[in-house]
Design a protein around this ligand. Structure first.
Ligand code: DON
Length: 581
């Protein structure tokens, strides 16, 4: 009997049990935040956010500044040529909104474009150059954020990013290393060479990287809003640059792009209310499944091996469902209500053997390399209690590698996040079927999971890059806060990950001690610890770049946590003169 059938049977045969986790509800803050907190993956972006807060901006203006600054100083991770998700909380009316600025498939990008002559997935097309790029969403998000939620004009909130693009910023080790890894693809394109080989040599630590074309594109966005990017000269240059490399974007693809405001997903976990990413992210649904499965146990009372076993089993089941059911809700029916129901979670929970791993034996899987320098997350709480959790990306290292000449805009390779060939794993080793098949205008399924968690005493904002591992990192972060850890401890927590297929638990060093690892192996889990080689591939030693901020609702005290795996990140709390105005 396949796992699928077994799970289904268990589900049908089990009496439904009531929700074990009830929602904490939102209580008005007892004390206002003492200043503002920002955590991001680059110190210059965190500083850009504070600069805008000091000019009287709110968290949403700061989010524009941080997002755009990251787009300039972290081209390895995200940018105007990519997309992202922004989870917002507006203090004045208590409204939570999920701003979906995910890229969309251009009309010409149908599945057959990504198959070679033998019908196999053409990874060259899906990961490099013009066909890998979907229509960017980030510029539209910045315009929407500033116009609908901010207090300052884009000319002010984009000023730090424009300055960083025009005057340059110091190249850092992660950028130099990432460029070296992606150099061959990037240097195929004249527009990309003009940015990254402007000094004749690839970017080196200590050099200043200036992006004058990108500064002009940001200025056009500041001056003309949506039209400054999606229509007019920048749009013409984007279309010409894509076409010159054999791609097929149209003016209608660009002008038709729209950000979507969606209702965030909400559920309870043992006294916490979790507010998180709905589809086209798979992260919130998976988080709801995993946490509601785990809510059946008091994890703080479980021995480490037992806790890890239960958590891995919850991960396995959530990723199985991701494979079959998740996609863009504007194109396919995603059974969110069923998947996130506590009754469904209770059924899944009952299929977990207390001390035996359930084999993921429906298909054979194989580990694929998981990269983790790309994508970026930032978290903000301002003095009014507004909150932003945003994860933005160009997908893999430096996205498609293609910068259309004169734009300074490095295009994403988000098309690889679609299930371009049914059942074929993408760069993160996750696969999908019809729900995530490409269609014109459709958003590829994402794992990005910006998340809020609230209890009567605490509010936390968290998220991270890491492809499919984003979801399990956010899970472990939520469990860490629920255990009472502080923001910096949550950012530093050792990580482990299971994604159904391959049927392997990846773990960072420090995640399991020797006894826990031995016990897990004894239960039938295949562990891949740093240095181990499973199925011919070694495990990366660490992953993720989690950025989080938190507020103690009783005292108003703020805290921040910036992932120690990225020494260039910065979490900071500042008491601000202008904050709260
Ligand atoms: O949206 C997604 O799930 C991916 N494009 C995110 C890529 C990512 O996190 C890469 N980082 N390691």
């Amino acid at each position: 009997m396949t796992l699928c059938v077994r799970l289904l049977l268990a589900l049908l045969l089990l009496p439904a049990v009531p929700a074990l986790a009830d929602s904490a509800g939102q209580r008005p803050a007892g004390a206002p935040p003492q200043g503002a907190a920002i955590a991001s993956a680059h110190a210059l972006a965190t500083d850009a956010g504070f600069e805008v807060l000091e000019q009287g901006g709110n968290a949403f203006d700061a989010a524009v500044a941080v997002s755009a600054a990251l787009s300039v100083v972290e081209p390895i991770s995200s940018g105007l040529g990519g997309g992202g998700f922004f989870l917002l909380h507006r203090a004045s009316d208590g409204r939570d909104v999920f701003l979906d600025a995910r890229e969309t498939a251009p009309a010409a990008a149908t599945a057959d474009r990504y198959r070679d002559a033998d019908g196999k997935l053409d990874r060259e097309h899906s990961q490099n150059g013009p066909w890998s790029a979907a229509i960017p969403g980030l510029p539209a998000a910045l315009v929407h954020l500033a116009g609908e939620y901010g207090q300052l004009p884009l000319s002010v909130s984009l000023a730090p990013a424009i300055r960083l693009a025009r005057d340059g910023f110091p190249v850092y080790e992660r950028l130099e290393r990432g460029y070296a890894a992606r150099r061959e693809v990037m240097e195929r394109y004249p527009g990309t060479r003009a940015v990254f080989l402007a000094g004749g040599q690839p970017p080196r630590v200590g050099q200043t990287l200036r992006q004058p074309d990108l500064a002009r594109t940001l200025e056009a966005l500041a001056a003309r809003g949506f039209d400054g990017f999606y229509r007019g000269q920048v749009a013409k240059d984007l279309l010409a640059g894509v076409r010159a490399q054999g791609g097929q974007w149209t003016a209608a693809d660009l002008a038709g792009y729209a950000v979507k405001e969606r209702e965030p997903l909400r559920f309870g976990y043992r006294g916490w209310e979790i507010v998180t990413a709905p589809p086209p992210s798979s992260g919130g649904v998976a988080l709801a499944q995993m946490l509601q499965v785990l809510a059946g146990w008091d994890l703080s009372r479980q021995a480490p091996a037992q806790r890890a076993h239960l958590t891995v089993e919850a991960m396995r089941r959530a990723f199985r469902d991701r494979t079959f059911y998740l996609g863009d809700p504007d194109f396919v029916h995603v059974p969110v209500d069923v998947l996130t129901s506590p009754y469904y979670a209770a059924g899944l929970r009952a299929t977990i053997h207390p001390d035996k791993a359930t084999p993921s034996d429906v298909f054979s899987g194989r580990p694929t390399p998981l990269e983790d320098e790309e994508t970026t997350h930032f978290s903000i709480i301002d003095a009014q209690g507004n909150r932003v959790g945003a994860t933005q990306t160009v997908n893999l290292l430096f996205g498609s590698g293609l910068v259309p000449p004169r734009t300074g805009v490095l295009l994403n390779n988000e098309m690889d996040d679609f299930a371009l060939l049914p059942g074929q794993a993408n760069a993160f080793g996750v696969m999908g079927f019809e729900a995530n098949a490409p269609e014109p205008g459709k958003r590829p399924l994402s794992s990005m999971t910006p998340t809020f968690m609230l209890s009567p005493d605490k509010v936390a904002v968290l998220g991270t890059p890491g492809g499919s591992r984003i979801i399990t990192m956010v899970l472990l972060g939520v469990l860490g806060y629920a255990d009472g850890l502080g923001a910096q401890q949550v950012a530093a927590l050792p990580r482990y990950h299971h994604q159904w297929l391959p049927d392997v638990v990846l773990a960072e060093s420090g995640a399991f001690d020797a006894e826990t690892a031995a016990r897990l192996r004894g239960m039938g889990h295949v562990l891949q610890l740093p240095g181990d080689t499973v199925s011919g591939r070694g495990s990366s030693h660490s992953w993720g770049n989690l950025q989080t901020v938190a507020l103690d609702r009783r005292t108003g005290e703020l805290s921040s946590g910036s992932d120690p795996r990225n020494p260039g990140g910065k979490g900071e709390v500042r008491a601000l003169e202008a904050a709260g105005k």
